[in-house]
Structure formats: structure tokens, C-alpha cells
Design a protein around this ligand. Sequence first.
Ligand code: SAH
Ligand code: SF4
Length: 469
Amino acid sequence: MIRELSGDEVALFGEYIDKTRAFFLSTNVRPKAYVHSYGCQQNVSDGEKIKGMLAEMGYDFTDTPDNVDLILLNTCAVRENAEDKVFGNIGAFKKLKESNRRLIIAVGGCMVQQQHIAEKLKASYPMVDIIFGTHTVHELPRMLYDKLTKNLGCVNIPDGDGVLTESIPVRRDNAIKAYVPIMYGCNNFCTYCVVPYVRGRERSRKADAVVSEVKELIQQGYKEILLLGQNVNSYGKEHGIGFAELLRRLDAIEGEYKISFMTSHPKDCTRELIDVIADSAHIEHHIHLPVQSGSDRILKAMNRSYTTEHYLGLVEYAKSRIPDLSLTTDIIVGFPGETYEDFRQTVKLMETVRYDMAYTFIYSKREGTKAADMDDPVSDKEKGLWMRELLEVQGDIGLENYRKYIGKILDVLCEGRDKNKPEYLTGHSRQNIIVRFAGGDELVGSFVKVKITKAMPWAVEGETVGDTD
Ligand code: SAH
Ligand code: SF4
């Protein structure tokens, strides 16, 4: 059920922010926080809300966990290695806690929303003071205040779907690209996936709230609006305004900006949505459309609720309506019961679709999911070999796709200096392809026309050209 914070809850939330700020002022402390978000962009977006609250409480931020008053880890549960990383990091914070009695350690997010993980943390990681799930982010001010003033730690992971919290301030990490979550949760229960258990059922923000936030962001000078949701295109079912209509309304906002979105579920990727993208002025010509497998037998076992025929039909329609469309995907290798023949069908599908990029994952068993009880006879070593095979095929396809851009001019949103090659600027094209080019800092934050001269496996390179319009 969708529930928005009540007026009283919003008032209480504001009260605890004020009380915590006053507490720091009275003790003459300018507190410092290290906040780290693992995993998907939704988590990064939650992290921006967490930082927004902390900033209002008086915290400054640092990039390292040394000499801080608060370490806050916003965790991910989607695969086991993400969880292992978090346990490793928390273990390493023990020393920091011993040498700094003021330090508060808080762990929140998807991983700790799982009961067995919260219990393990409580039992074996006494240095953690605050454990909070995905539905109680807005209670962080109270949890921190209680710890600071009464030395009260807590484990706060209620079940349920959480509340929609329009009132949380956001401290955006990026001055060019703004993350805008439009829906939360998932109803799909793919048999391998923990997300529905840790994020609750689907709930969408009201279209008016999204449109006015996006308008404001564009007025503030943001150049890319990334709409977020576990199944972003399942948006709005409870409001009677679907994702295609929301995009239409957003595209009508005046200004120089682009709209991107992720992640789309194939079952909700309608022809209407593809038409809206094709006819839009601002929407990226890119769809991230996770297929997960090219075998209908495995798709059924995964409970993905589409067939490869349906998926390929969508791809064909999208390519015909948007000739410069870039398609990317997620693929799971080694789902329980998958055979080499099933896997080869995935390779075949990749060769048919010709994705620009594929995010590939070896199946990871998640406690509480249906797939965790399925027979999984193929060894990790074997799955690793399949994965390598897949990566080789995709690497060749991606490079061939990118080579087709050589000689063409792409519209690129310049996002800053390339981290590995600072002599270059970098940005994404309207197809969401990474483009590297030479130029001065004055181009950062603007749309630049770049003529492509070279293709690499994950990016293209080019030279700026004058306005060709
Ligand atoms: N809602 C999105 C994706 C969410 S999770 C969708 O349905 O596409 C991001 C990706 O992680 C998934 O697309 C899937 O490829 C991968 N993933 C999720 N659970 C996994 C698991 N148990 N093992 C391996 N990969 C997994
Ligand atoms: Fe997980 Fe499937 Fe929901 Fe995506 S659609 S979040 S893969 S359950």
C-alpha cells in the first residue's frame, strides 16, 4: 500500500533535524561524515537523501572514513559479493572505533533489510550502532539524535513497503546530472532476485510532483535528468498515468537538457513508450532492457513473464522507430538448471540484438528467493568459462557497433575531465555512449557536437566540430 508521510511525521522529522543541529552547535562540534552507497543508482539516490538530511543536521562530508564522527554505509543485497564487501569494510572499521570514541557507525539499505543479515550484524559486529532498513531512511535524524544524546543504538528494519517521502532534502553529488526516483519497489518476484523482499511492493510518486521537481532542476541548470525505478516503466499504475505519458509531460518542459531512465522491464516496454521516445526532443535514444537469458525455458524458471519472441519483437519495433537507438542489457549466467545449450541461446540472442553493452553476472544464490531452493549442478568454474565466452562475443559486437559511429557527429553532454586521461573531456551522447574528446573546461556542462574518429570497446573518441545545425 502506498503511504505518504503524515503532517505529524514530517513535523517530527524536521524537529529531530533541528534538535541534532542544535546539539552539535551547543557542543561546539562541526561533525564530519563519511557516507558510502553500494550498488545501483537507486541506492546512490537514497544516499543523496541521506546526505541531504545529514547536511541539514550540520554534517560536513569527507571521502575517507578516517577521523570522522559518522560512518554510514548504504548497502546493496543483489549479489553475495556486494554483501561480502560490506562485511569486510565494517570489520576494518573496528580499529577506527577503538581509537575514536565519538565515532558512530550506521549501516542501512537493502542488505540489512534482510532479517538474517541484521541478526548477524547485531550478533557479530558490535561496533555497529545503528542498523536501519530501506523503509526507515526518514527516521535517521531521530536514530542519530538518540545515539548522540542518550547513547541509544537501534535496529530499525520494519517490514512493509515504506513511505513516500517527498519532504527529505537531497544533497546531489553531481551538478550536471540529477537522479530523480519516480517509483520504488518491485512486484515481479523474479525467482533469483532479492529486490522485492528488501524494497517492498511497487509505489509511484505522483506525476505532478515529478514534473515540478524536474522543472525546477532544469531551471537550476541540470542538463540530464535520470529517472529511476527498479522497473521504471511500470511507473504510475496506481495513478492511471503510465510511464509513456509521464515522459511526454517531461519532454514538453522547455530548455536544453536530456532525459534518461532506468531500469525498464521488457513486460512493460510498450510500443507507445517506444513511440514517445522516437518522437521526443529530449529523451535519450537508449533503452536499458535486461533480457537476463535467451532461453525461454530459463526465462520461465526465472519468472520473467516474457518470451524471447516477445522481446525480439520489441527490439525490432524499437530499432525501426529509432534508427540510432542504443540497447544495453543485463544477463545472468548459470541460473540453476541452466545447461550449456540454454546458455548458447543467450549468446545467439545477443548476436541477434547486437547490444552496445551488456552487464553480465554469474548467478548468485539469495536466501529466501525461489531459485535458492532449485538444483544448481553446474560448477562455478564452468559458469566462469561460459561468462568468458559471453564477454568475448559481446566485446566484438560492442566494438563493431561503435565503429559505425566513425565519421558521424554525436551530440554529447560534456560531464568533465576523463578520470584516466585528464587531457580529454568526457561525456555521454544522446545514445548514452561514452565519448572522449579534447577541449577546454568551459565546455563542461554543455552539449557539444563531436565528430567520431575512433572506436574502443567501451567508448568512442572524437573531435569537437562547429554547430552543424
Ligand atoms: N529491476 C531490474 C534489475 C534489478 S537488479 C530488472 O528487472 O531488470 C540488477 C541486475 O542484477 C538484474 O538485472 C540481474 O541481471 C542482476 N541480478 C539480480 N539478482 C541476481 C542474482 N541473484 N544473481 C546474479 N545476478 C542478479
Ligand atoms: Fe528483481 Fe525481477 Fe524485480 Fe528486477 S523485476 S528488481 S530482477 S524481481
